[in-house]
Design a protein around this ligand. Structure first.
Ligand code: AMP
Length: 636
């Protein structure tokens, strides 16, 4: 690969969290979660926030932006002040929960620290109780935060920090007026950090109005050509990443492979899991001595090892010709690390393969990477159980062929003949018994993997945190008080729970309909009308937001004109919907209808989703093949 960057600028900062000024209890927590070095956005942002400056950060999910604001804020928190001193506004309840969990994780060694997520859909009484108990940090969705402020149940009089997370998403979802209203109510001297993946004019203007001489932080886009590297991505969905990895290991023909993960802990865990599944794998990370790391790298060079699981730091400058594959198990923070990572293969004029595991919420990074590497990244389906099993059978037969060709077998031939005579059985029966003996308890063929929900998958793929489940899970997280609707005239948020992953990979488009709070409409009426008129499943009618005189709703992009025309004429709460498109169709559906009964429809289904079918994997064949059959890889 010809690379425009030099080794020294290829990877993230070499500064440590300690160098950046993060306080001791947080350093301890970072050690627990296994973060090795600050990501680029962290290295840039942390000093500014610690110095009390406002920050405008252009960064998307996956860059480590949450820790970029949470760590310096926690380093400066006053634990004695019980009323909220930090408010983080996030566009969705999922993000609010995630951010609150991150705060909890980093503050695990701060005594008596409290973070409280508040979002629409959760019942007020639980939130009220928690607010009364006091929270240092409140993480909330704009609508619900505003409701509490109006009711006088949340006071921001002593607020010191305000974070606007994913500001462009809040704008896209129509929350920007609420955000501005909240901003207006905060003390003048509060410090603000605003993060946004893109910088639309409205956000820029808001920044100029509310931020005080902000420091701009962006993620550098490194470009490099990678013509000799075939790049593919797998959209993490439906199966655990570990199961997906073992399938790929079985189906791909590779020589040496390097698998990138984010944390030191993950290098060890994954190496252990792969070893247990029969692969010769080892971990390298920044905690290991130089000697140990070199030994592992030498083993990879001379074929004693096939797979190294590494962090970015440990793999810096790694140069092993045998590496045919780079697999990004955890997404890199930015294009720079990606380019560096994939540059570990395709060395010395060879070709290479790069595979990226990417979660739907991290997809924005994909187009950046395509731009950076000036190459399209193909989507890959997971090799199906059938493909894997065919491979296993072929390998099993090949082993027999190889043994027949290479070994002196006359002694065993005599023994089998003798056995046939003595027991009056055929050679076929004896061979079958021997095959079973060789195979042992592990079945030769793989069972289909179990499906996992997104929440389950997220939980498994997130770094371990002590007491996360116990401490940071918001109270009443699953309780949804359906009577808990905002008053007429107030903005109402409908946050249906995430639906299972199988069908979430759909382009969505935002539409405006001319019926709102003033007409007494409820989200269920809208879902019901649209589902009945169009046959669109309730699961694909998402993010309904009811304003005073109109509402917005997300529907699958590319609806046929005739269908839209029909919908235009539909009346809900006495009003013509007069539906019109607002957005160009970019987001992904991640929600399902709050209540299936609201959305029953027997009509035509639009569109049809077929995510589960693995797409044909056109993996390259190589001369040398050391990929081996794993032990049964179906346990997550
Ligand atoms: P975010 O962009 O904040 O959503 O973070 C993405 C993921 O990166 C999360 O799973 C974090 O736990 C992880 N992460 C953030 N900072 C670091 C770091 N310095 N080292 C390793 N992992 C990190």
């Amino acid at each position: 690969m010809s690379n425009d960057t030099t080794e020294s600028t290829e990877t993230s900062s070499l500064l440590s969290f300690r160098d950046l000024g993060i306080i001791e209890p947080l350093l301890k927590a970072l050690k627990d979660v296994g973060y090795e070095t600050p990501s680029p956005i962290q290295a840039e942002t942390i000093p500014y926030i610690l110095a009390g400056k406002d920050v405008l950060g252009q960064a998307q999910t996956g860059t480590g932006k949450t820790a970029a604001f949470a760590l310096p804020i926690l380093s400066r928190i006053d634990l004695k002040q019980k009323d909220p001193q930090v408010l983080v506004l996030a566009p969705t309840r999922e993000l609010a929960i995630q951010v609150a969990e991150a705060f909890q994780r980093y503050a695990s060694h701060l005594k008596d620290f409290h973070v409280l997520p508040i979002y629409g859909g959760q019942d007020y009484s639980t939130q009220l109780r928690s607010l009364k108990r006091g929270a240092h940090v409140v993480v909330g969705t704009p609508g619900r935060v505003m409701d509490h402020m109006r009711k006088g149940t949340l006071s921001l009089a002593n607020l010191k920090f305000l974070v606007l997370d994913e500001a462009d998403e809040m704008l896209r979802m129509g929350f920007i007026d609420d955000v501005e209203w909240i901003l207006e109510q905060t003390p003048d001297n509060r410090q603000i950090a605003l993060f946004s993946a893109t910088m639309p004019t409205v956000i820029r203007r808001m920044t100029e109005k509310y931020l005080n001489k902000p420091e701009h932080v962006t993620i550098k886009v490194t470009t490099a050509s990678a013509e000799n590297i075939r790049q593919r991505y797998w959209l993490v969905s439906g199966v655990h990443k570990l199961d997906a990895l073992t399938r790929i290991l079985e189906a791909e023909t590779f020589d040496g492979m390097i698998i990138f993960v984010r944390t030191k802990t993950a290098t060890i865990e994954l190496a252990e899991k792969l070893e247990a599944r029969g692969y010769s794998a080892a971990a390298i990370n920044g905690d290991m001595s130089q000697n140990l790391r070199e030994r592992a790298i030498n083993h990879l060079k001379n074929g004693k090892l096939d797979i190294l699981i590494a962090t970015d730091v440990a793999a810096r400058g790694l140069d092993v010709d045998r590496i045919t594959h780079v697999l990004n198990y955890d997404i890199p923070y930015d294009t720079e690390s990606y380019v560096h990572r994939i540059g570990r293969t395709g060395r010395a004029g060879r070709t290479g393969d790069a595979i990226l595991f990417i979660a739907p919420r991290e997809r924005k990074l994909l187009s950046n990477i395509e731009r950076a590497t000036k190459q399209k990244i193909e989507e890959m389906g997971l090799p199906s159980t059938e493909i894997i099993n065919n491979k296993r059978i072929a390998r099993f037969k090949q082993n027999i062929t190889d043994t027949l060709a290479a070994e002196e077998l006359s002694f065993f031939s005599q023994l089998i003949e003798q056995y046939e005579r003595e027991h009056n059985v055929t050679a076929l029966e004896v061979a079958s018994a021997l095959a079973k003996l060789v195979q042992g308890d592990d079945p030769l063929l793989m069972a289909p993997p179990k499906k996992v929900s997104e929440r389950e998958r997220d939980r498994d793929d997130r770094p371990p945190s002590r007491g996360r489940e116990r401490d940071s899970r918001p109270e009443g997280r699953n309780s949804r008080d359906r009577n808990d609707r905002p008053n007429r005239g107030e903005t109402s948020e409908r946050r249906p729970p995430r639906r299972d992953f199988g069908a979430s990979n759909i382009e969505m488009e935002t539409f405006r309909i001319e019926v709102g709070n003033a007409h007494g409409v409820k989200a269920g009426n809208i879902v019901g009308a649209i589902a009945n008129e169009t046959g669109i499943e309730g699961a694909h009618i998402a993010r309904i937001r009811i304003e005073d005189n109109y509402s917005t709703v997300e529907l699958p992009a590319g609806m046929p004109k005739e269908l839209l025309n029909e919908l235009r004429k539909v009346r809900v709460a006495g009003q013509l919907l007069n539906i019109s498109s607002v957005s160009g169709g970019s987001s992904k559906a991640e929600y399902k209808s709050e209540s299936k009964s609201e959305t029953k429809s027997e009509g035509k289904k639009f569109p049809k989703f077929d995510d589960d079918k693995p797409k044909g994997d056109k993996s390259k064949k190589r001369l040398s093949s050391t990929s081996r059959r794993a032990k049964e890889p179906t346990d997550g």
